[in-house]
Design a protein around this ligand. Structure first.
Ligand SMILES: *[C@@H]1O[C@H](CO)[C@@H](O)[C@H](O)[C@H]1NC(C)=O
Ligand SMILES: *[C@@H]1O[C@H](CO)[C@@H](O)[C@H](O)[C@H]1NC(C)=O
Ligand SMILES: *[C@@H]1O[C@H](CO)[C@@H](O)[C@H](O)[C@H]1NC(C)=O
Ligand SMILES: *[C@@H]1O[C@H](CO)[C@@H](O)[C@H](O)[C@H]1NC(C)=O
Ligand SMILES: *[C@@H]1O[C@H](CO)[C@@H](O)[C@H](O)[C@H]1NC(C)=O
Ligand SMILES: *[C@@H]1O[C@H](CO)[C@@H](O)[C@H](O)[C@H]1NC(C)=O
Ligand SMILES: *[C@@H]1O[C@H](CO)[C@@H](O)[C@H](O)[C@H]1NC(C)=O
Ligand SMILES: *[C@@H]1O[C@H](CO)[C@@H](O)[C@H](O)[C@H]1NC(C)=O
Length: 634
């Protein structure tokens, strides 16, 4: 087969004036840097599958190579000539239930934002312009619906060549020729990947279209071999890509790989590198309309068996993937949530649901399927089963803590070595983004800042003194202060840092308790005590009042460490010089001074002279006066 195509094309290459910029690209999956322009429903799924439409009523999707491609030579002469091109791609049409629609098309068009309708128009053209020679649209359609009489479709499973019109110039029922010229019909929407080849010889003016299931090698005889001069249809530069639509009948239309080349044979796709579409194939679509279309009975049997095997193993795999693998001890702990729920809540831990990466692992947003509650789900990977067990024991315990300034832990779930922690979703994100990305989030007023700081202090008093056992937070920092809908400050991740350390993940512990917030005694004793939380809270006070990070590596030496700089300002009698310039003069002077001084008092290096969180509250509430002459022992 190769020789029969390559040879004429090579000769052609030598013969034709090489004035065009040859284009040659290959996508084995669409991972990154794709250079595709997408619109409508079209998008690239994280595993690299290009989805043109989802299974929704009357939608369209387009995906075009972003740069126009030269397809016509000698445009201004009396004999413009279409350039030879060759393309191959693998598509997969997945239909849920019986009968989907409407299909997809490989297209060349003057724009990449076609004004195409859904349904029979495949997103290519519309009722008003179909058939108009000023369209300059060339397409090869893979159509799974037999349209109204006006479309003259041969059936609901055909391949057609469309020139400016959805009434195909030529069309054939989907099938391929075996090497001994037997014709094998197959379903476009069987759910199995299908490969198509479209080759146009601009000199001989022959268009060949070949299709076969991906499991079959390229048939040597094309399904359609049609003599046609494309030069009146093509323009000098055109966009090349795909168009698809659904109607009352709908399917998900996917492209798994695509290769295109002008003046040469398109490079082969590497089957082993093609991604798979996300949804299961349904075996039921085999008998959509009356009449068996499969010419060779053995192929029907094979197809059905393959479809069934695929669907059975897919289902088993799906079920295994979501099955609970409970260990005996897990049953003893309350607040366990089923993995299936968390999987559903995050759409399968999909990248689009990621909120960010927290101190311990990735954080996803999710909606619990049973209650409809919005939650944040943190995925923590450990490297020891024993550690996970201890972790769960303590997490199950921490899940009982409830306080209005702490982010409630809703539950947990263990999955192999992963631990999933579910907490209430905080709609306004974390304090650090408000402090350092105010252009995006808006500026926090002084009143809001003061309220947040008081809230965090109350949360800490609860953890240190009021709950049934002493809980040291160990990881207080602005990114761990979350903001609820009323902009109250709430501490997240309480009690986890220490647990995590015991889980033996030493690399992570270095990150935990960011250096700047770490009390000096911590590096000596390593033992977390409430006063080390007070130190970190002191740094947080300074951060919020100054609107600066605890360490600013790019700042002049004097301002490198926030704590040193505030101290410096205080020594020089200009404490207010340290206040966040973004606040202008809109702050309560006494409160700002109190917060800055208290920040210094809390972050003293000797733990014994730091106040307790209860005393901190008294100072913040003005119940006790933080004497101006409080001795600071640095
Ligand atoms: C996308 O375009 C850039 C710049 O034109 C090019 O370097 C890159 O190779 C292209 N990527 C693909 C997948 O074609
Ligand atoms: C399908 O795509 C449309 C448009 O992109 C979107 O609004 C809709 O939510 C999607 N439906 C599903 C089931 O994903
Ligand atoms: C077709 O033209 C009619 C009359 O100009 C207009 O109302 C209608 O919206 C057009 N339809 C499409 C699909 O563009
Ligand atoms: C074809 O389209 C052109 C440009 O949109 C328009 O001017 C012309 O009237 C159309 N012809 C027919 C027959 O609809
Ligand atoms: C196919 O296209 C050719 C050239 O444009 C035209 O002459 C012929 O009538 C068309 N046939 C059909 C069935 O549309
Ligand atoms: C047809 O024959 C060619 C070579 O003779 C071979 O490479 C190809 O795999 C065969 N195709 C099928 C579908 O058997
Ligand atoms: C098209 O198919 C015919 C018949 O198999 C073949 O002779 C011709 O070389 C093919 N042309 C291209 C461009 O593939
Ligand atoms: C905080 O969240 C609530 C609820 O989502 C929202 O109405 C409010 O605008 C948010 N406030 C800020 C400052 O973003």
């Amino acid at each position: 087969m190769a020789a029969s195509i390559v040879l004429p094309l090579l000769l052609l290459l030598l013969a034709s004036p090489s004035l065009s910029d040859n284009i040659d690209f290959t996508y084995n999956g669409f991972k990154s840097d794709t250079n595709l322009s997408l619109d409508g429903c079209a998008h690239i799924i994280s595993n690299g599958v290009l989805q043109l439409t989802n299974n929704t009523y009357k939608v369209t999707g387009h995906a075009f190579f972003s740069s126009p491609i030269q397809l016509l030579l000698n445009t201004h002469s009396v004999t413009p000539a279409a350039i030879s091109f060759s393309t191959t791609f693998v598509f997969d049409i997945i239909t849920i239930g019986n009968g989907g629609g409407h299909g997809l098309a490989f297209a060349m068009a003057p724009t990449k934002t076609l004004d195409g309708s859904c349904c029979n128009y495949l997103g290519l053209l519309n009722k008003n312009n179909s058939g108009n020679s000023s369209n300059h649209v060339f397409a090869v359609e893979f159509d799974t619906v037999q349209g109204a009489d006006a479309f003259k479709d041969v059936d609901d499973n055909h391949v057609g060549v469309d020139l400016n019109s959805l009434i195909s110039n030529v069309s054939k029922t989907a099938s391929y020729y075996t090497n001994n010229s037997q014709m094998v019909n197959f379903e476009l929407e069987s759910g199995q990947p299908i490969q198509a080849w479209i080759d146009y010889d601009g000199v001989a003016k022959i268009l060949n279209v070949t299709i076969s299931p991906l499991s079959v090698d390229k048939p040597s005889r094309p399904l359609i071999s049609h003599t046609i001069d494309l030069s009146p249809i093509l323009k000098e530069y055109m966009y090349v890509g795909f168009s698809s639509s659904t109607g009352k009948l709908s399917s998900s239309h996917y492209i798994l790989g695509w290769s295109f080349r002008t003046d040469g044979v398109a490079r082969s796709l590497d089957r082993s590198r093609l991604p798979l579409p996300p949804e299961p194939a349904k075996a039921s679509s085999i008998s959509k309309a009356a009449g068996i279309r499969i010419g060779v009975i053995s192929s029907l049997v094979t197809l059905v068996l393959v479809a069934l095997a695929f669907s059975v193993s897919w289902n088993l795999w799906q079920r295994a993937k979501l099955a609970e693998t409970l260990e005996d001890w897990e049953i003893d702990y309350p607040h366990r949530l089923p993995y299936r729920d968390l999987y559903k809540a995050t759409k399968g831990f999909k990248e689009t649901e990621l909120l960010g990466s927290g101190s311990f692992g990735l954080v996803y947003k999710g909606i619990l399927p049973r209650t409809g509650e919005e939650v944040a789900i943190k995925k923590i990977s450990s490297n020891s089963r024993q550690a996970v067990r201890e972790f769960v024991a303590e997490v199950a315990c921490l899940a009982r803590i409830r306080h209005r300034n702490l982010v409630p832990l809703q539950g947990w779930c263990k999955r192999n070595e992963d631990l999933l922690l579910v907490s209430e979703f905080m709609p306004n994100g974390s304090l650090d983004t408000f402090l350092f990305e105010s252009e995006r989030c808006g500026l926090l007023s002084w009143d809001q800042r003061f309220k947040i700081l008081k809230g965090v202090a109350l949360g800490l008093v609860y953890l240190h003194e009021e709950w049934e056992q002493v809980v040291v937070h160990r990881d207080i920092k602005s990114s761990n202060v979350l903001l609820d809908a009323e902009m109250n400050g709430r501490l997240g991740d309480f009690g986890l840092a220490g647990l995590y350390e015991r889980a033996g993940n030493t690399r992570m512990t270095l990150v935990v308790g960011t250096l700047a917030y770490m009390a000096p005694e911590m590096s000596r004793t390593g033992k977390p005590v409430p006063s080390s939380d007070v130190f970190a809270y002191g740094i947080l006070l300074l951060e919020v009042a100054c609107g600066r990070r605890p360490i600013e590596p790019s700042a002049p030496t004097r301002m490198l460490l926030l704590m040193d700089w505030v101290r410096d300002c205080k020594m020089k009698g200009g404490l207010l010089e340290a206040v966040d310039p973004k606040l202008g003069r809109s702050y309560v002077r006494e409160e700002v001074e109190l917060v800055l001084k208290l920040g210094l008092v809390c972050s003293q290096s000797i733990p014994e002279v730091r106040p307790t969180m209860r005393q901190v509250i008294q100072y913040l509430n003005g119940d006790v006066n933080l004497a101006d002459d409080v001795a600071l022992v640095f």
